[in-house]
Write a protein that binds this ligand. Structure first.
Ligand SMILES: CC(=O)SCCNC(=O)CCNC(=O)[C@H](O)C(C)(C)COP(=O)(O)OP(=O)(O)OC[C@H]1O[C@@H](n2cnc3c(N)ncnc32)[C@H](O)[C@@H]1OP(=O)(O)O
Ligand SMILES: O=C([O-])CC(=O)C(=O)O
Length: 381
C-alpha cells in the first residue's frame, strides 16, 4: 500500500462489529442479561423445559399445551438412530475426538435425508427437530462404545433430558440430576452471533443446506476458545487435582499458568466483560450437584480458582466454567462435554439458519492485502 493511501480500519476478529439483525436472542453486557425471544434465560431455566425452549427459539413463542404435545410426539418419534449412522460411527476409530464423531454423524444424516435440498421453512423445521432428537442418541452411543457398552435405545416415555441421561448411563436418573442437566441445556441453547452460529449463518448465506451449516458450526464449536472450553476446564481441574488441599493448589497452579502466559479456560468472554449472564444459574446447578454427589472439594477448587483469577486478572468465568464440573459429576467423559454443548446449541444454530434463509444476503467481507507487490514469474522458468 502506498504511503498516500489511507490505511483502512480493520476490525480484527470482527470485535464490536454488528453484521445483521436477529430476533432470536439479545445479549446485553451492560445489564448482564440474555433474552431468548424476549424472555430472560433465568426465567426459562426456572420454569420451562428444554423442549419448550427449543420450540420458543424456532417458533418465536412458547408452545401451548396442544403445540407442546404435538412437538413432543414428533420429537420422540425421531430419537432412534438409523443403521447407516451407527455403522458410520462404528467405523470411526476410538482415537477420534467425540466432536469428530458428532460432526461426521450430522453430515451423514444430511447425506441420507431425501429432504436435504428442500430449504423451505417447513422442511428446515423438521430437519431441526430431527437433529435435536437424534443428537442424544449419537452422543450417548459414542460415549458408551468407548467403554465397550451397548447402545441404549431411546425411551418415548421420557422427556428430553431424562432420556439423554438414560441413554448415556442405562439407568433412570433422579430428578435433581435431570433438572440440572435440563438447566444446562437451556443455558447453552443460544447466544446471538457467537463464532459457531456465525459460521452456520455464513454457510447458509451461500444457500447451502441446513445440515452443511450445522456440520460447519460443530467444527467452529470444537475449538477451546469457544465450546471446547468446557472440556478444557475439566483438564485444568484434573491438572490441579481436586480433593484435599485443592483450593491451595488451585492458586499455585494459576500463578504458574499466568506466568507462562497461558489462557485460563472457562474465563473471559468477547461480549461480557463483567461476567457471563448465565453463570449464576449454572453455578446454582453446580452447588446442587456438588451436594447431591457429596463432592464439596470440587466446589472449593472451583471457588478458589475463580477468586484468584478475579484478584489477579479481574476476569470472570463464562458458562463453560460451571458446566464442565457439572457434567463431570454426572458421569460424562470429559471429551463428551462439548458434544453436549452441540446437542443444546443445535436449537440456536437452526433458529439462526432459518432466520438467515428468510432474509438472506451472501456474507462476504473484504480483506486488505498486505502481501508482496505485483511481480512476475521470471521468463524461462
Ligand atoms: C461458551 C463460550 O464459548 S464462552 C468462551 C469460552 N472460551 C474460553 O473460556 C477460553 C478462554 N478465554 C479466552 O480465550 C478469551 O477470554 C475469549 C477468546 C473467550 C475472548 O477473547 P477476546 O474478546 O478476544 O479477549 P482477548 O483475548 O482480547 O482478551 C483481553 C485480555 O484479557 C486476557 N484474557 C482474556 N481471557 C483470558 C483468559 N481466559 N485467561 C487469561 N487471560 C485472558 C487476554 O490475554 C488479553 O490480555 P492482554 O490485553 O494483556 O493481551
Ligand atoms: O457468545 C460467544 O461468543 C460465546 C458464548 O458464550 C456462546 O456461544 O454461548
Amino acid at each position: 500500500m502506498s504511503d498516500q493511501q489511507q490505511a483502512p480500519e480493520i476490525y480484527k476478529g470482527l470485535a464490536g462489529v454488528p453484521v445483521d439483525y436477529t430476533a432470536v436472542s439479545k445479549v446485553n453486557p451492560d445489564t448482564n442479561s440474555l433474552l431468548y425471544r424476549g424472555y430472560p434465560v433465568q426465567e426459562l431455566a426456572a420454569s420451562a423445559t428444554f423442549e419448550e425452549v427449543a420450540y420458543l427459539l424456532w417458533h418465536g413463542e412458547l408452545p401451548d399445551e396442544r403445540q407442546l404435545a404435538e412437538f413432543e410426539e414428533f420429537e420422540r418419534s425421531q430419537r432412534g438412530l438409523d443403521h447407516e449412522i451407527k455403522r458410520v460411527i462404528d467405523e470411526i476409530p476410538l482415537t477420534a475426538h467425540p466432536m469428530d464423531v458428532v460432526r461426521t454423524a450430522v453430515s451423514v444424516i444430511g447425506a441420507i435425508d431425501p429432504t436435504t435440498a428442500d430449504d423451505s421453512r417447513e422442511a428446515n423445521l423438521e430437519k431441526s427437530v430431527r437433529l435435536f432428537a437424534k443428537l442424544p442418541s449419537i452422543v450417548s452411543y459414542d460415549q458408551r462404545r468407548r467403554h465397550e457398552l451397548d447402545y441404549v435405545e431411546p425411551r418415548g416415555d421420557l422427556g428430553y433430558s431424562a432420556n439423554f441421561l438414560w441413554q448415556t448411563f442405562g439407568e433412570l436418573p433422579e430428578l435433581p440430576v435431570v433438572s440440572a442437566f435440563d438447566v444446562s441445556m437451556i443455558l447453552y441453547a443460544e447466544h446471538s452471533f457467537n463464532a459457531s452460529t456465525f459460521t452456520a449463518r455464513v454457510i447458509t448465506s451461500t444457500l447451502a443446506d441446513l445440515y452443511s451449516a450445522v456440520t460447519g458450526a460443530i467444527g467452529a464449536l470444537k475449538g477451546p476458545l469457544h465450546g471446547g472450553a468446557n472440556e478444557a476446564v475439566m483438564h485444568t481441574f484434573d491438572e490441579i487435582g481436586p480433593g484435599e488441599g485443592g483450593a491451595e493448589r488451585a492458586v499455585e497452579w494459576l500463578d504458574a499458568a499466568l506466568a507462562e502466559k497461558r489462557k485460563i479456560m472457562g474465563f473471559g468472554h468477547r461480549v461480557y466483560k463483567n461476567g457471563d449472564s448465565r453463570v449464576p444459574t449454572m453455578r446454582d446447578a453446580l452447588e446442587r450437584m456438588v451436594e447431591y454427589y457429596d463432592r464439596p472439594d470440587l466446589l472449593e477448587l472451583y471457588t478458589a480458582l475463580e477468586t484468584a483469577m478475579g484478584e489477579r486478572k479481574n476476569i470472570k468465568p463464562n458458562l463453560d466454567y460451571p458446566a464442565g464440573p457439572v457434567y463431570h459429576l454426572m458421569g460424562f467423559d470429559t471429551e463428551t462435554f462439548t458434544p453436549l454443548f452441540v446437542a443444546s446449541r443445535v436449537t440456536g444454530w437452526t433458529a439462526h439458519i432459518m432466520e438467515q434463509n428468510a432474509a438472506n444476503a451472501l456474507i462476504r467481507p473484504l480483506s486488505v492485502y498486505n502481501g508482496p507487490d505485483e511481480r512476475h514469474v521470471p521468463e524461462g522458468r
